[in-house]
Write a protein that binds this ligand. Sequence first.
Ligand SMILES: C[C@@](CO)(OP(=O)(O)O)[C@H](O)COP(=O)(O)OP(=O)(O)OC[C@H]1O[C@@H](n2ccc(N)nc2=O)[C@H](O)[C@@H]1O
Ligand SMILES: Nc1ncnc2c1ncn2[C@@H]1O[C@H](COP(=O)(O)OP(=O)(O)O)[C@@H](O)[C@H]1O
Length: 282
Amino acid sequence: MGNMKVFPAPAKLNLFLHVLGRREDGYHLLQTVFRFIDYADQLSFTVTNDGVISHVNQIVGLTEADDLCIRAAKLLREQSGRETSLGVKIHLHKKIPLGGGLGGGSSDAATTLIALNRLWAINWPKERLMKLGLELGADVPIFIYGYNAFAEGVGEKLQKMDLSPAWYIVLTPPVQVHTAAVFASKELTRNTIPIKMANFSMAQGHNDLEPVAMRMQPVIAEWLNWLKKQPDTINVAMSGAGACMFAEFTSESAAQKVFEQLPDGMRGFVTSGLAEHPLLDF
Ligand SMILES: C[C@@](CO)(OP(=O)(O)O)[C@H](O)COP(=O)(O)OP(=O)(O)OC[C@H]1O[C@@H](n2ccc(N)nc2=O)[C@H](O)[C@@H]1O
Ligand SMILES: Nc1ncnc2c1ncn2[C@@H]1O[C@H](COP(=O)(O)OP(=O)(O)O)[C@@H](O)[C@H]1O
C-alpha cells in the first residue's frame, strides 16, 4: 500500500477548436490542437480476483454507474476476453474540475485503460487501446496516443505536433457546461473553413464553441474579457466546450505576474504545457 504506484491523468487544453460540419449521427467534424498541461488527477489501482470493479472513494457529483474509470475498466475486461473473476479497486484523487472542458473524465478513462492493460497483463498495442477508448468518448484516444496533437474527424484522427514550451493561466469558473448541449445549439456555427496544419499559426485559431458557451454561462465572457486585457498573452481562449479558459505565455514569470493581479472572486491556477503525456512509455 505504502509504495503503490500512482498514475497521473493530466488535463488538456484545446488551443483552438474549429467546427467544420456535422455528421449524420450528430457528431461534429472538428479541427483542434490538444495540449497536455501539468495539472492532473491521480489514480491508483489494486488488482483483485473477486470480479468486482469499484471505486475506493466517492467523488462528489459522480455516480459509479456513469463514472468513466469504472466504465473503462469494465469495457476492457469484456473486450479483452479476460476472466470475469478479474477485479480492481480504483482510487481516484480528483483535481481537474468536472465538465470544465479540460478533459478530466476522458483522461481518467485513458489512464485506467493504460494502467489496466499492463496490470491485468492484457498488453494490447496502443492503437487497439485507442480504438476502445473512442467508444467511451471522443476525447479519450488523445490521452492514450500520448503526444500533443493536431486532431481532425470527431477528434480521433491525430497527428503529433511539437509545441514550444509555454505557460498558462487556466481560469476555472464555478459553473459546468454540458458538452452535448453546446454541440446541439441552434446558434453553433458549423462552417469554419478547414485549415492545413503545415502552414497554420495558432494566432489564426479560435474556438467555435465559445460564443455558445458564453451565452449559456455569461461568467465565461466576463472572465475571458479580463484575460484579454492582460499584457504578454499570446493566445486567450476557452478550452473545449468550457467553462474553463486559458491565457498562454512564453515565460512562467509573465504568467505569474498576471495571475497575481487576479481580481477577487476569480479563480484558477498557473501551469506549464507538457511536451508529452507522462504515461507515454508505460
Ligand atoms: C469538446 C471537446 C473538445 O476536445 O472536449 P470537452 O469540452 O468535452 O473537454 C470534445 O470534442 C468532446 O469530447 P468528449 O467529452 O469525449 O465527448 P463525448 O463524450 O464523445 O460526447 C459528448 C457529446 O458531445 C457531442 N460531440 C462530441 C464530440 C464531437 N466531435 N461532436 C459532438 O457533437 C455529442 O453530442 C456527444 O453526445
Ligand atoms: N472520472 C470522471 N471525472 C470527471 N467527469 C466524469 C468522470 N466520469 C464521468 N464523468 C462525467 O463526464 C462529464 C464531463 O467530464 P469532464 O471530462 O470532466 O469534462 P469535459 O468533458 O468538459 O472536459 C462530467 O460532467 C461527468 O458527469
